[in-house]
Ligand binder design. Structure first.
Ligand SMILES: [Zn+2]
Length: 74
């Protein structure tokens, strides 16, 4: 009994579980760098994306608590 070297799932016969093996297959098919680039592009936000998210979140909170109306009245 082993733990998958990628995700830690308990496995019995190989070093990589079936789900992580799908990722390995994709790396064999497309290359490691292509798969890594896709994962980073999809799941990791760059600074511009983070700032956009923060700005949107702040605007949502401002609308929720009504700060915009209050500051305009002052
Ligand atoms: Zn795994």
């Amino acid at each position: 009994m082993l733990d998958c070297k990628m995700c830690g799932e308990t496995i019995y016969t190989t070093y990589i579980c079936s789900k992580c093996n799908r990722i390995k297959d994709m790396m064999n098919l497309y290359s490691r760098d292509v798969v890594l680039d896709a994962v980073e592009t999809i799941f990791i936000r760059n600074e511009k994306q983070r700032n956009f998210k923060i700005k949107n979140k702040l605007n949502e909170e401002i609308k929720t608590i009504g700060c915009v109306k209050d500051t305009k009245k002052i």
